[in-house]
Design a protein around this ligand. Structure first.
Ligand code: PHE
Ligand code: CO
Length: 277
């Protein structure tokens, strides 16, 4: 008997690639105001904490303009900078769909915005996390190339049954990455940048581990989705991150990792290098 692998179908109203129209005109005044409130709080706190490329991206993309950004206008500016665009999707999309968009320089973003009561905690990524958190760095040429390479690498990881390993790289860089900045450490991951509490915690709290980025170590490390991270990895630069991942053939790495145990989210190993500061 032949088994047919189920291909998830997009929900009604979504295109075959799972995109939907943003319908920018449908946002209410209250929803635009929620964006403005979240924006003002983060924009005031971030300049000394975030990688300067993030602030440059905000500026270049005119994200400080009042209200939820219109993806068409945002995409025009972003395309001019790095040939990326932003497309709306109904929520989380299948891995293959997600990777394929990234590999083609399309960033998929939720179009809904959290309610004011959810300003500090949210399970599903909304338009504030996706656009404020992720899009500014997509205007940086090297980071933009890293994201595309990640998408292509994601598609490739499926052949090795290694999606969940590669997902850890996304998590510990794109979502929760730290970066060296002279003698200091700054944030760049979207999950931190879009969170008031974690923007402070990730840099200032003595509790979490801050380790020098180590690709193999990252691929083995579990992560928390329900609380602030127990471990952050500090990259030297976006150039270094791109070189370490793009140049390397992950296939032997995936094979090697099959016989190695996962590392707990809060573990520190004798071989770990703390991030210099
Ligand atoms: N070089 C990786 C591979 O061989 C692809 C990749 C690039 C993965 C960038 C992550 C980030 O699969
Ligand atoms: Co995100």
């Amino acid at each position: 008997m032949k088994t047919v692998v189920d291909r998830p179908v997009p929900p009604a109203g979504a295109a075959a690639d799972w995109t939907i129209p943003q319908q920018w005109g449908n946002y209410s005044a209250e929803q635009h105001a929620t964006w403005d409130t979240l924006f003002a709080r983060q924009a005031a706190m971030l300049p000394d904490r975030v990688d300067p490329a993030f602030m440059q991206g905000l500026e270049m993309l005119r994200l400080s303009k009042s209200g939820i950004p219109d993806f068409e206008e945002l995409s025009r500016r972003l395309y001019q900078a790095t040939k990326w665009t932003v497309v709306a999707v109904p929520g989380l999309v299948p891995d293959e769909v997600f990777f394929d968009h990234l590999a083609n320089r399309r960033f998929v973003a939720g179009r809904f915005i959290r309610s004011p009561a959810q300003s500090d905690y949210l399970q599903e990524p909304d338009v504030f996390h996706d656009v404020f958190g992720h899009v500014p760095l997509l205007a940086h040429p090297v980071f933009a190339d890293y994201m595309q390479a990640y998408g292509a690498g994601g598609l490739r990881s499926m052949q090795f049954g290694a999606i969940h390993k590669l997902a850890r790289l996304y998590w510990y860089t794109v979502e929760f990455g730290l970066i060296r900045s002279g003698t200091a450490v700054r944030i760049f991951g979207a999950g931190i940048v879009s969170s008031y509490g974690e923007s402070i915690y990730a840099l200032d709290d003595p509790a979490p581990n801050r380790l020098a980025f180590d690709l193999k170590r990252v691929l083995r490390t579990k992560y928390r989705i329900d609380d602030y991270q127990r471990t952050y990895f500090v990259i030297d630069s976006f150039e270094d991150l791109l070189q370490q991942t793009l140049q390397r053939d992950f296939a032997p790495l995936y094979r090697e990792l099959e016989s190695m145990p996962d590392i707990e989210a809060d573990a520190v190993l004798p071989s770990d290098r703390p991030a210099r500061s």
